[in-house]
Design a protein around this ligand. Sequence first.
Ligand SMILES: Nc1ncnc2c1ncn2[C@@H]1O[C@H](COP(=O)(O)OP(=O)(O)OP(=O)(O)O)[C@@H](O)[C@H]1O
Ligand SMILES: [Mg+2]
Length: 393
Amino acid sequence: MMSRKVLDDMNAKRTILLIDDELDSLEPVQMLLEDDYAVFTAEGGEAALRLLENEAVDMVIADQRMPGMTGVELLARVRELCPEIVRLILTAYTDFEAMLMAINEGRVYRYIIKPWDETDMQVTIRQALEWKDLRASQGRLSAEIAEANRALADRNRQLEQAQETIIDQEKRAVVGRFAAEMAHEINNHLQIIMGVNETVTSTDEEYRKRIIQEQAQMLVWIASDIRDFAQGAAMPFTPRPVDPAAPVEQVLRACSYHPSFRSIELKLEKGPLTTFVMDPRQVKHLLFNLLKNAARATDGKGSITVQLAVDGDLIVRIVDHGSGIPADIKEKIWEPFFTTAEQNGAGLGLSICRHVVEMHGGGISCEDTPGGGTTFVVRLEPFRKDRAGSSSS
Ligand SMILES: Nc1ncnc2c1ncn2[C@@H]1O[C@H](COP(=O)(O)OP(=O)(O)OP(=O)(O)O)[C@@H](O)[C@H]1O
Ligand SMILES: [Mg+2]
């Protein structure tokens, strides 16, 4: 049986189900609660369970002593069916032990001792409903936290994937740059070898052999660089004490057989020189690239001068009287793949030069040659042990 004081209030009010085998004995409780709550009553456990199938209830208050199903037994069933309903029991002092056990086992939230006191009853019910609300909001919070954690885990997975992609792209960029630089150098040396073959007469046989031998040696080194790089080694950097004029003279000798230098006069001006610790192979790459640029700017004619000196640092100046570099591209020329060459220019020469200078420590810059043209100035610092291995960039 069901009792409703104000039907319209049903939705707004919290709903309490009272259960006893003798409905009359529930009347005082019902009267006490009716003003503040929507109250249902049920005659015994079975009736209560049937009612719960159709009604949304916030709280059940069952009498412990009922024939068939005791209050605690009923509340255990209620917990199984609707765990969110808060469960209270009305009991006499004599059932104290059973009540404690029921509370400890979580079947019952609180018990109310009979005969009950009105204020006590109201406070207990209010607290029980507050506890229910708290538990519900904790449940919602836990669900929100679980959802946020899931979203975080998803985001984390996405980030990891993005990171892998970036690392992959970086690796490709390093490999790409290395491959491009090596292809550039191979091309330089092959052009010299081809130039020697085309232009040298039989009287130059010894000289010709020497040039080809030197260039072939450079190609062998490049092949070994590529093999080392493929095995994970950094860009090679092998400094050793050398007469700084030797690599410069070798490059100038080779240039005279490169097609770009056929009508160009190459001059070497040596200042004070002492043995200098550097990687001659890398310095030859650098010089050759600067000379090739100068030859292009000079349109294959005129003269290019290499000035060499050691004043603590090694200073190399490559002076041309060519086109000069327009102010608006003076910054850009250092960028990889920037070129103004209409053909045979990858835009990598100056990047390679910078790379070589970085390995040694020092700087590279360009200035206008008085009277027209460009002068590139390279300054290499004396080798310091702590720089070894910092050349992998
Ligand atoms: N001595 C120079 N005189 C005038 N312009 C120069 C000189 N050196 C470099 N430049 C300018 O800088 C650009 C970039 O030079 P860089 O050596 O990096 O590439 P590139 O010579 O165009 O091509 P690559 O060296 O790969 O064959 C050149 O295209 C040219 O515009
Ligand atoms: Mg170049």
